[in-house]
Design a protein around this ligand. Structure first.
Ligand SMILES: Nc1ncnc2c1ncn2[C@@H]1O[C@H](COP(=O)(O)OP(=O)(O)OP(=O)(O)O)[C@@H](O)[C@H]1O
Ligand SMILES: [Mg+2]
Length: 306
């Protein structure tokens, strides 16, 4: 058979073997590739079946004990916040479960999850995107930043330690977090990227006073629709012999007589250290989390643990 020069060669999907006449149709989402979806269906809810970021939906999760907040729990409140596309801010001391809670939420709601630490070194390009040289050396191509990708395709975007970020980074969030819910890619061609219906913005923040943090600009703070403060470590980790000591340390931290933080992370570390190093070493490691004269008080309280 002679093939005419004008005849197009077929494009074959390497996964399912279907043939197409255009290379664009090879995109597994476009032709709803049966093999590409294999094993993923149960993780992708109906609204996200055409999701570009499906690989970011958490597949596994560690146990999470919800925090009680008023007459509800953090998870119940945040699920409603997600359904209503509200901006979320979680406040609380280090190790209290803010990040774990958000990841757990992404796992439960089957949302793609992206977490970014906004330290002083994060640039606008990292979040929004930039022009990079093409591989073939001819010209440049635009690559979306991590935030723009999420805005375009949807998912739970988590800004960890938002009050450690530079002001210029935080200002780009203003139009995204108000009713406009969009960003303008000024460096590209002025493209306006409207937030996907599955895009949720969440941030976490330690109280100010932590090294490198500052109070959040009021205009930005005001854009968070749901602000929850996490105050309690997860008591489920605390065994009965530890309960009294941990409770007293927490009281001491709360009334200012002990300087340091008692967190779920700290409690988990203590339990693990007790298992692998023994009680005495675990205690001496634990007291390092408290400052100066307070160490002795904590040590004394821990002595009730056997
Ligand atoms: N409610 C909880 N249930 C189960 N594990 C928890 C809970 N809260 C915290 N943890 C565990 O404690 C550790 C610290 O949690 P996480 O990293 O979420 O704290 P954080 O509040 O984000 O701290 P930081 O401000 O330092 O980022 C993790 O190992 C996490 O799994
Ligand atoms: Mg965190």
């Amino acid at each position: 058979m002679t093939v005419k020069a004008t005849e197009k060669r077929p494009y074959i999907c390497s996964r399912c073997g279907q043939t197409f006449t255009s290379p664009e149709a090879l995109n597994p989402v476009r032709h709803n590739c049966a093999k590409w979806n294999l094993g993923k269906e149960k993780h992708i809810p109906k609204t996200y079946t055409d999701h570009h970021l499906a690989e970011l939906i958490p597949r596994r999760d560690k146990v999470y004990y919800p925090q009680s907040i008023s007459d509800s729990t953090d998870i119940e409140i945040l699920k409603v916040a997600i359904e209503n596309r509200l901006n979320i801010l979680l406040l609380g001391e280090t190790g209290i479960g803010k990040t774990h809670c958000l990841r757990h939420l992404a796992y439960q709601t089957k949302l793609p999850y992206m977490r970014v630490n906004l330290n002083g070194g994060t640039t606008q390009e990292d979040l929004i995107g930039q022009w990079i040289p093409k591989k073939n050396g001819h010209g440049f191509m635009w690559v979306d930043g991590v935030l723009t990708r999420m805005i375009r395709y949807g998912g739970l975007f988590v800004c960890d330690e938002i009050n450690a970020a530079n002001a210029e980074i935080l200002f780009i969030l203003h139009s995204l977090l108000d009713d406009e819910r969009r960003v303008v890619l000024v460096q590209k061609d002025g493209e306006v990227v409207k937030a996907h219906k599955g895009f949720i913005f969440a941030a976490t923040m330690n109280p100010t006073g932590y090294e490198g943090t500052k109070p959040l600009n009021l205009a930005l703070f005001d854009r968070f629709d749901v602000i929850l403060e996490f105050k309690n470590y997860a008591e489920k980790f605390v065994s009965s012999d530890m309960r009294e000591a941990v409770k007293k340390i927490k009281q001491g931290v709360a009334d200012g007589s002990i300087s340091g933080a008692i967190s779920t992370r700290g409690v988990k570390q203590f339990i693990r250290n007790r298992k692998i190093f023994g009680l005495e070493v675990a205690k001496s490691i634990f007291i390092q989390k408290f400052e100066g004269i307070h160490r002795e008080t904590v040590e004394h309280l821990l002595d009730t643990i056997c």
